[in-house]
Design a protein around this ligand. Structure first.
Ligand code: ADP
Ligand code: MG
Length: 503
């Protein structure tokens, strides 16, 4: 498998009053495992269920209840680790992170602090063709999600919905290798793409199934390179963490705002204090949620209810053997096999279902033409009608049929678009439609010749002009095409018009 070559993107630079500043960003992405049941109980994870209907005794932390690990969830974490080219730790363990909150009945969250299940990995973050950033993943650990407090249903009361309590999350922690707001959004996009290819998380940000905590600091040009050379965080600025972001647009806005806020403080002679902040999309600003001094002391300790998690290399290898082709490989293969641009390959592989549709169309046909049709006609129309590929009225077979008719010379590109329209709205077999509606291209030169002769005979003035200036021959071609309902073979028309005008 050949890999595509990439250059690194330039870091974002913000000009301050005292010189240039650069951004340093590290992310903690929380991805909900696509599992029907929770991490330590058999309760359902169904979204949108009646409040407190998917709550087992374990989730509600009834006295004496014990967590039992969900093997399927562990498998998804391992699968995710393998998809991020990460080390899988055969030994991992669960810890209690203690804090009080009404939507956390246990009084602690079971997480993995000291021994996460997945270690170092990496993600290639595509920025534009030929430009990508390699972002290191530090670790992935498993943890339980908390429930939901509802404050806006009653003026005097708050409610708690425990349906989400105990749902399995994978926390994917990156190194601070991201260098700007666009890169941060591209990083989350790439993580989501990989998770969807793997099928380990549906990536639905609106439902909160994928959310990110964004750590932002600023430094002077050159400092980041010193950090990279030594891995000494001392070369970087103090960071602030922006919690719980679930929109690509807000992630970018929050980073931009936060970086400028920190720069203003530093240029004013102040110091950035490490703290947790929240982004307010209405005001477009971040505000302090809690400072380091107020930070919880979680009193982490190994969870006495669960044995350390020991998995076997054979089991991991078995999972590895079932991994699908991943986005980077698929993209490189599309470029190589179909001779398309990296840009087009990026569009076609963004979603695994799109990629499969394209390949069904391209199989045994001209790949470049198939790519053009899928991207421009099909995706264009789907977007216009706000449909996803799964609901496409035109199937891969039907689109392939249209391309075959063009390849045989039965229809021109222009007619093919009309045909696509018909198939889109009415369905049917493209070849049959062309036959029954008489859409076949006229290649019979006799018929075309008659049409050319007619147009020439009816327009002596134009003939004189075109003979003086051959560029005007196009007008005749247009007239003939019109007269034949667009069905004349354009090449034959061009040739005949040129020949007749020269006579
Ligand atoms: P904590 O346990 O306090 O959350 P971590 O070491 O787990 O701290 O780091 C959390 C995130 O912060 C990681 O994604 C990491 O890459 C990022 N990070 C660490 N230092 C910086 C920094 N100086 N600037 C930006 N991000 C940082
Ligand atoms: Mg953290």
């Amino acid at each position: 498998m050949t890999e595509l070559a990439y250059a690194e993107p330039k870091p974002k630079v913000i000009a301050g009053a005292t010189g240039d500043w650069e951004l340093v960003i590290g992310m903690e992405v929380h991805a909900q495992v696509a599992s029907k049941s929770k991490l330590f109980s058999g309760a359902s994870t169904e979204f949108g269920a009646e409040p407190n209907s998917n709550v087992s005794f374990v989730d509600a932390a009834m006295p004496g209840m014990l967590p039992v690990i969900n093997e399927f969830c562990i498998e998804q974490a391992v699968r995710t680790g393998l998809g991020l080219k990460a080390e899988i730790n055969l030994y991992s363990a669960f810890d209690r992170k203690n804090y009080f909150y009404p939507d956390l009945p246990q009084g602690y969250q079971i997480s993995q602090l000291y021994h996460p299940i997945v270690g170092e990995g990496e993600v290639l973050v595509d920025m534009e063709p030929g430009i990508a950033r390699k972002v290191r993943v530090e670790r992935i650990h498993m943890e339980q999600d908390a429930g939901k407090s509802v404050h806006d249903m009653d003026p005097n009361m708050s409610f708690v919905d425990l349906n989400r309590t105990g749902v399995a999350l994978m926390e994917i922690v990156s190194r601070p290798d991201i260098r700007g707001p666009e890169e941060a959004a591209a990083y989350v996009t790439k993580i989501r793409q990989i998770l969807r290819y793997l099928g380990t998380c549906d990536g639905n940000m609106q439902n909160g199934n994928l959310r990110a905590d964004v750590n932002v600091s600023v430094c002077r040009p050159g400092d980041y390179e010193k950090y990279q050379a030594t891995q000494d965080f001392g070369h970087l600025g103090t960071r602030c963490e922006i919690k719980n972001m679930n929109s690509m647009r807000f992630i970018q806005q929050a980073i931009e705002y936060e970086a400028r806020r920190q720069i203003a403080i530093l240029e004013d002679g102040g110091a950035v204090h490490q703290e947790t902040r929240l982004y307010d999309p209405d005001k477009g600003e971040t505000r302090s949620m809690r400072s380091k001094e107020e930070a919880h002391d979680y009193r982490y300790f190994p969870c006495p209810d669960l044995l350390p998690l020991e998995i076997e290399q054979d089991w991991v290898d078995g999972i590895k053997a079932t991994l699908p082709e991943l986005p980077d490989d698929k993209k490189a293969r599309f470029v190589q096999d179909y001779g398309m641009t990296e840009y087009d390959a990026g569009v076609l592989t963004a979603d695994v279902t799109d990629a499969a549709f394209f390949e069904a169309v391209a199989k045994g046909r001209d790949g470049k033409q198939a790519a053009n049709w899928v991207i421009n006609e099909l995706f264009g129309r789907l977007k216009k009608d706000a449909l996803s590929i799964a609901d496409s009225p035109v199937s891969a077979d039907q689109l392939g049929g249209i391309l075959d008719l063009m390849a045989k010379g039965d229809i021109s590109g222009k007619i093919a678009k009309d045909l696509f329209d018909i198939v889109w709205t009415e369905g049917g077999d493209p070849a049959e439609i062309v036959e029954t509606r008489g859409m076949k291209q006229v290649t019979d030169t006799g018929a075309i010749e008659a049409a050319v002769d007619k147009v020439i005979a009816e327009n002596p003035d134009q003939v004189a002009k075109a003979q003086a200036n051959p560029k005007l021959a196009g007008w005749f071609v247009g007239q003939v095409m019109k007269a034949t309902g667009g069905k004349a073979n354009p090449k034959a028309v061009n040739e005949l018009v040129a020949k007749k005008l020269a006579e």
